[in-house]
Write a protein that binds this ligand. Structure first.
Ligand code: BGC
Length: 749
């Protein structure tokens, strides 16, 4: 990165001076206007919208929303009643509305345009959960920068990402949007993404502010049902859910989106503990808090506000600065202040936040995006190449019996079977505002591009969902006539993401029947599994000779799959969320507690048998654990050295191990370091990731991998609810995943 990213989390005296000058000139109504974010078009009603989505799915094209402008929008902007627009990516319209704000409103305060650019703008990268499986923060920083470049060229100033919610429940469709189950990895990737979005030298000539979300605890929805109740202990909140937000702020994020959920009875939108005590008092963070979509209005449904006015009052009192589309502030805040129910000083503080962000973005000086640049900056060759690299590194080989992969690039008859083998739209995954199916290479396209002189036989076999199109005879015939089957199955793009919770995580529709039929032919099967979440696929994993987890991998996914299947690229991704054997194990995560009756070990004997924390009908451990992933080569680990067997609580743990490529191909390995605090004032996880390094090794090459872990990162929220690095003995492991590794000890004194 040539230039340092822009920071939006610090008070700049020059900006403060401008805010101090502007604020007293504003009427109360103009102040309130700055706190209002609207959708600039009329949304179709839910029935129409569902129909559009269906048509889009059938045609493989993005939904044709044909948005009509929101009635009266220009007048509202002119009157200073709007501070921000949501999800407008039409550059002409952005500039047109901006011109009204800047040139025709009384004070000329520019609008700020926010949008959901979750895994790329037009260059669609793999879904964030897949991106996380690269374990490559520098790469994701570059990917986020491409997203910011393209989005900002289209007039987007504010990106509603990264989504940093820790997710340990794959029933929750939004697990697709985050980094997975781990706090340490989540924090590292949050930092990288913020840095990328806020790159200081975008060629669009503009700046972008990241907006981490959803603050906080959203990923802990009961039963994995989106928007459901969250009831977290303050300890888990602080140890698991808050750190990625803190990391995003430390990297310079100057805004945050609050979550839909309640936390132990108090909705995040009005939560004084999280919005005031933690954000402002403890962290001294001066940034802007935006609600989620209609979350202020939803306080009525939550049952803590009597009506929209009450919701506006409670939100402002709690420290919620900007109202995303509820119209609660627009309709009620002026009256509430006039009636003395909300102090104007609170409104002022919120407005300051908005003005600061707009000033720091440079919007007063450069309010317009340059139309000439917009087309130049999208889908550039280097961006497409980066999307390919991210897709390649995000895919995880979880099984490769007998070295079935890589396939030979010629001389092998391949049957390509499955409902996702020739799909483009599905590879885009969830949340793609500007992505287009026509930009995507399907798996079939990818194989065509890399196979020398042969076209694989292709049979769709069945639909992704439902009963239509089942054609077992064609699939069986193709499998019988082939040396190897490449079976592309999984979830469609619309099965994960927001409001897409599932209770059964197997393959939808008739896909398992298709697989059973193909498996009955005895032709070896390579499964390419596309999904937005960990699935429950124990049967499939047995039937497959090789299994590649390829997610919804973005515009270059098909090519990346082909490169891996044919061996041009050696797979290197590692899972960042555990894959359960059965839904009944959920929530399932490696950093669990030991319990008083751990399932490993002898257990406590009662009634003549060991009573342990386990199931009588399934193992405790996952099908594929956190951190796991295979390569076409093998890696050996040896010579663990704990160079600092005793450290002070302000010291640094230094641990090294030798990792060797013991196979015949060059490959990348993600070396992982875990610790366990054996005795604490409170119970500690059986393992916690505290370091990782992605290294590339040539055949036979070995490297000493050294980790420096500051003792300050080994603490916990202790009995007195303070973050403390407690003295005591720790175990440490260095290994290829969360299950094994070389083991040592150290002591914190
Ligand atoms: C989602 C947010 C998103 C917002 C605006 C909400 O439904 O929860 O993640 O940023 O919509 O589109």
């Amino acid at each position: 990165m040539p230039n340092d990213p822009v920071r939006f989390d610090q008070l700049d005296p020059a900006i403060e001076a401008r805010v101090n000058k502007l604020l007293p000139q504003m009427t109360l109504a103009e102040k309130v206007g700055q706190l209002v974010q609207i959708v600039p078009f009329q949304m179709p009603n839910p029935d129409e919208f569902a129909k559009l989505l269906q048509q889009a799915h059938a045609s493989g094209q993005p939904p044709k929303l044909d948005p009509q402008p929101r009635p009266g929008i220009e007048q509202q902007i002119r009157a200073g009643q709007v501070g921000s627009l949501l999800n407008l990516t039409d550059l002409e319209l952005v500039n047109r509305y901006q011109r009204i704000a800047v040139e025709e409103s009384r004070l000329g305060i520019p609008l700020i345009v926010g949008a959901d650019v979750i895994h790329g703008f037009r260059t669609v990268f793999p879904i964030p959960l897949a991106e996380a499986c690269t374990w490559d923060p520098a790469l994701l920083e570059r990917a986020s920068r491409v997203a910011a470049e393209e989005a900002s060229a289209h007039g987007v100033d504010w990106i509603f990402a990264p989504m940093v919610d820790i997710a340990r429940d794959p029933r929750w469709g939004r697990i697709a949007e985050g980094a997975g189950e781990d706090v340490f990895l989540g924090a590292a990737l949050a930092r990288a993404r913020v840095r990328g979005f806020q790159a200081g030298d975008l060629q669009s000539g503009r700046r972008v502010a990241a907006c981490p979300k959803h603050y906080v605890g959203y990923g802990a929805a009961e039963a994995g049902r989106d928007y459901n109740t969250v009831d977290l202990s303050e300890r888990s909140l602080r140890e698991v859910h808050l750190p990625p937000f803190k990391a995003a702020f430390d990297a310079g994020a100057g805004s945050v989106m609050s979550a839909f959920n309640e936390i132990g009875g108090v909705p995040a939108t009005v939560n004084h503990l999280t919005l005031r005590t933690i954000l402002r008092d403890e962290w001294q963070w001066p940034g802007l808090v935006l609600s989620d979509y209609e979350a202020v209005l939803e306080l009525v449904n939550h049952g803590v506000a009597a009506d929209l006015a009450d919701a506006a009052r409670l939100s402002m009192l709690a420290g919620l600065d900007m109202d995303m589309v509820s119209d609660a502030y627009a309709q009620h805040l002026t009256t509430l202040v006039d009636a003395g129910a909300v102090p104007e000083a609170l409104v002022d503080a919120a407005v300051r936040g908005v003005l600061r962000l707009k000033l720091a973005l440079g919007l007063f000086e450069h309010p317009y995006a340059d139309a000439a640049l917009a087309d130049q900056l999208i889908l550039r060759e280097d961006s497409r190449a980066l999307a390919l690299q991210v897709a390649q590194e995000s895919m995880i080989l979880v099984k490769n019996a007998g070295g079935l992969l890589p396939l030979a690039s010629s001389g092998q008859r391949i049957a390509l079977i499955g409902p996702l083998a020739d799909s483009r739209q599905d590879l885009l995954g969830t949340w793609v505002l500007s992505g287009r199916a026509e930009d995507v290479e399907s798996v079939r396209d990818g194989l065509r591009a890399v196979l020398v002189g042969q076209e694989p036989t292709y049979v769709q076999g069945c639909a992704v969902k439902g009963d239509d199109g089942l054609d077992l005879p064609a699939a069986v015939a193709a499998a019988q006539a082939a040396d190897v089957v490449v079976l592309v199955v999984g979830e469609s793009a619309d099965m994960s993401g927001e409001a897409r919770s599932r209770t059964q995580l197997g393959l939808p529709g008739r896909q398992q029947e298709l697989i059973d039929a193909v498996a009955s032919t005895g032709t070896p099967i390579v499964v390419v599994l596309l999904s937005g979440r960990p699935l429950v696929v124990a049967r499939l994993a047995e039937q497959a000779g090789a299994l590649l987890v390829a997610w919804h991998g973005g515009i270059r996914a098909g090519r990346a799959v082909a490169d891996i299947l044919l061996g041009a690229v050696n797979p290197s991704g590692k899972l960042t969320a555990s894959w359960p054997r059965t839904e009944g194990q959920i929530p399932l995560y490696y950093a669990h507690k030991n319990t008083g009756r751990p399932w490993e070990g002898a257990g406590t004997t009662q009634f003549g048998e060991p009573f342990k924390s386990r199931y009588i009908d399934a193992p405790n451990d996952p099908l594929f654990p956190f951190g796991y992933g295979l390569s076409y080569t093998t890696f050996g680990y040896r010579d663990l050295r704990v160079e600092t067997p005793i450290i002070g609580n302000d010291g640094t743990l230094i641990v090294s191990a030798v990792v060797q490529n013991s196979g015949a191909r060059a490959g990348a390995e993600v070396v992982q370091l875990y610790v366990r605090d054996l005795v604490g004032s409170v119970t500690r996880p059986v393992k916690e990731l505290k370091g990782f390094q992605r290294i590339m090794l040539q055949p036979g090459e070995q490297r000493t991998v050294r980790f420096d872990v500051p003792a300050s990162e080994l603490g916990c929220i202790s009995l007195d609810m303070r973050y403390t690095v407690e003295p005591g003995t720790f175990k440490v492991w260095v290994g290829p995943d969360s299950t094994g590794g070389l083991e040592g000890h150290f002591e914190v004194r």
